[in-house]
Write a new protein. Structure first.
Lengths: 194, 368
């Protein structure tokens, strides 16, 4: 789950008044913030019953759907912004979802835990998988089935024909633009289809 | 409520001089903004909630959802239950006298005009008018009741804030129609049917109606829930080697359900309501384009489906969700992983009722 501060930093990437689709919207906090502070509208997609209920209680539009099934419900370029925060790493079909994100939205915004953050590197150098605040799971019970780094994503984006509009890391609620692959626990990318 | 002005029907016929049975729960507020209309499905009535004085087992059909402190809270909302014309629970229907002077004193029977979901919605709108309500806070229904909710959003887009459609579909599939047709054939081929004027012969096509209900009931349950409830359990301790006697408990259950139903339900009503189901297809006039169909909708939508419902499967609700998303309507959709099949919409799964409670709590805030 994203921290409140992270959510606020990412919300600033969304142009005011945007039509947004939030994939893996959790309890709907970001959607509520975007609607309240930036006049955005749209839908969240969530699979977990508890989160779907939380979204209902918050009064944000939520559609219960398994993202692994794709985004057949949504037409090409039908949203200004498609967000995929802290979600990518849970999906088996990561690359397909990334392409779907770029198909459905004019702008895509993703965030995920940066596996190359230096404490993680240290863990691995010492022979253990990292267990940190951002990656709090043991290797055998982690829902993060796709572990990637800030640098890895740049390569995948290029491969899939995505133009990166903005990219930075987040560390302890602050934007990191210097050596983000080393110094940030969370990677954020804003991109569009080329 | 009695209506002297005839109701024009989709078929071109007129329903003359008719009455709608209805019940209300809770209090209409001064702004008249807290009314919620509940639409019934095939076999239910206007008796949505509560029990009648002195009759312990007379709970309304949606009593687990509607009432004081319940998800659709009658302490906040003025809830209206209405029996549709053509039904057999007090509104004008096939058992009512036919006003045609050519057949004095005769019940309508099978001469009751064919009614559609849209006709029902028109009739309901007149009732809502009669209660002095311009705009409903919500229309809610499950299954065929959900279709009425959808039809409200298309026929009277400005007259509801919220449409709650549970376990429903934008139209019937060939398989759905097939089940309805088998049920209808069971009724009309019963020797006691008499062309639909069985009342004059002092009989009812009980056997046909029983079989119709048995077929219908199978489609309300999931394979798993039937398996869990009955499995292959036998009625007696050993096989009877009979083709006529009840051997398996599922047979006893279905026969019991069928018998019970045939005692209180009218056969002509069963024919009419299954036909209304078959006909419902708001996208037909848009060449099947559901997105174009919902372009005129203005309400907010809450859809719910159940994963084990094979009568109106989740994929049918998703079609509606897609049409609404294409039109940028406000919609929320919960796909409840409940084991009970289509019947789940009448049960009180906590995830389902949690969503309903949140949905109506938000609505209450909106109109406050």
């Amino acid at each position: 789950m994203s921290d409140r501060k992270d959510i606020e930093l990412i919300a600033e990437l969304v142009p005011p008044g945007s039509r947004v689709l939030d994939l893996g919207c959790g309890n709907g906090e970001l959607l509520a913030l975007l609607s309240r502070e930036r006049g955005c509208s749209g839908y969240g997609i969530e699979i977990a019953d508890a989160n779907v209920l939380a979204c209902h209680e918050r009064g944000v539009n939520v559609i219960q759907l398994n993202l692994e099934e794709g985004l057949a419900l949504f037409e090409d370029q039908s949203f200004d912004v498609v967000l995929q925060l802290d979600t990518l790493q849970h999906l088996r079909n990561t690359e397909k979802m990334l392409r779907e994100t770029a198909r459905v939205g004019r702008i895509g915004i993703v965030s995920f835990p940066n596996f190359a953050h230096w404490p993680n590197r240290l863990h691995v150098a010492l022979g253990r998988m990292p267990v940190t605040r951002v990656l709090p799971y043991e290797w055998y019970d982690t829902p993060n089935i796709r572990v990637g780094t800030y640098a890895d994503f740049e390569i995948l984006a290029r491969k899939d024909g995505l133009a990166i509009l903005d990219a930075f890391g987040i560390q302890a609620g602050r934007i990191v633009r210097t050596l983000p692959n080393l110094l940030a626990s969370v990677a954020v990318f804003k991109f569009e289809r080329t | 409520m009695h209506f002297a002005a005839p109701l024009p029907l989709a078929s071109g016929a007129l329903l003359r001089d008719y009455t709608l049975a209805y019940e209300t729960y809770g209090t209409l507020n001064a702004a008249r903004s807290n009314a919620v209309l509940v639409c019934h499905a095939l076999n239910a009535s206007h008796h949505v909630a509560g029990t009648y004085a002195g009759r312990e087992k007379s709970e309304g059909w949606w009593d687990n959802l509607v009432g004081p402190g319940k998800p659709l809270d009658t302490e906040r909302f003025f809830v209206i239950g209405v029996n549709n014309p053509g039904s057999c629970f007090g509104s004008t229907g096939p058992t009512s006298p036919n006003p045609d002077p050519g057949v004095p004193g005769r019940a309508y029977g099978s001469d009751f005009p064919v009614v559609t979901v849209e006709d029902w919605v028109d009739a309901q709108a007149r009732l809502v008018d009669g209660l002095g309500i311009e705009r409903l806070a919500a229309v809610i229904g499950g299954s065929l009741g959900g279709m009425q909710g959808l039809a409200w959003s298309l026929r009277f887009p400005e007259r509801l804030r919220l449409c709650v459609a549970v376990a429903t579909a934008p139209n019937l599939s060939a398989q759905n129609i097939a089940f309805n047709e088998v049920a209808r054939r069971a009724i009309v081929t019963d020797p006691d049917f008499h062309g639909g004027h069985y009342a004059e012969h002092g009989v009812v096509p009980k056997r046909g109606l029983t079989v119709a209900r048995m077929i219908g009931h199978i489609t309300y349950l999931s394979d798993d829930s039937m398996e869990a409830k009955f499995g292959r359990d036998l009625q007696r301790s050993a096989l009877g080697y009979s083709t006529q006697e009840i051997e398996f408990q599922i047979e006893a259950y279905l026969r019991h359900q069928g018998d019970k139903f045939s005692e209180y339900f009218d056969a002509n009503t069963y024919l009419l309501i299954t036909r209304a189901l078959d006909y419902f297809d708001p996208a037909r006039e848009f060449g099947g384009d559901l997105a174009a169909t919902f372009a005129r909708a203005r309400a907010r939508f809450q859809l719910v489906s159940f994963t084990t419902d094979w009568r109106f499967a989740p994929v049918r609700s998703r079609e509606i969700v897609k049409a609404l998303v294409d039109n940028r309507r406000d919609v929320s959709y919960a796909e409840i992983d409940a084991p009970h099949g289509h019947d789940a919409f009448l049960l009180d799964d906590p995830r389902y009722h949690g969503v309903m409670r949140a949905c109506f709590a938000n609505l209450a805030k909106e109109i406050a």
